[in-house]
Write a protein of this length. Structure first.
Length: 172
């Protein structure tokens, strides 16, 4: 139970550090605390392999860093909510369900705000790219999706998939 409660805090810490590369090059090494940069918004992940002009890199860089302080404050708020939820689970006696529900609603609202901001950034980045670059990004994403499927198949334990499931790609 503690691992479930603490996981969001660890993820928030992991997402609080290194900037996202806009050049399409390799990911930067872990920062001084050993954390990797946050996973990029949906479209930014596809920028890997897409050649950007200096003007495009500058626009994307400005876009990514425009809300940096606000996103850091949101991460701090995420951590604070996670700590409060964790404290409720670790407290002696019955859990105050009203307080827990209120904290969960705050967290859901913050998550929705984060999703909206990421979507807005992805739309803005989409508008910066040329149709040719979007085609390249689509091809790259298709390859990544295929590789992810292969990895999933390779890591699936043999006893999990029965004979009846062999034709069902969604079977565990």
């Amino acid at each position: 139970m503690l691992a479930i409660v603490a996981a969001p805090s660890f993820l928030a810490l992991a997402h609080a550090h290194a900037p996202i590369p806009a050049s399409g090059g390799p990911l930067p090494p872990p920062d001084h605390m050993g954390f990797m940069p946050p996973p990029p918004p949906p479209l930014m992940g596809m920028l890997h392999g897409v050649e950007l002009t200096k003007e495009q890199r500058d626009k994307i860089h400005s876009l990514v860093h425009a809300h940096h302080a606000e996103r850091r404050a949101d991460m701090r708020q995420h951590r604070d909510l996670d700590r409060q939820i964790g404290a409720l689970f670790l407290a002696k006696g019955p859990i105050d369900k009203t307080k827990l529900d209120g904290l969960i609603k705050q967290k859901e609202a913050l998550n929705a705000k984060d999703e909206e901001a990421r979507a807005a950034d992805a739309v803005a980045i989409h508008d910066i790219l040329t149709p040719e670059q979007l085609d390249k990004a689509r091809v790259t994403q298709d390859k990544l999706d295929a590789l992810e499927g292969q990895i999933h198949d390779l890591l699936r334990p043999p006893h999990v998939k029965g004979d009846a499931d062999k034709d069902d790609p969604d079977a565990p």
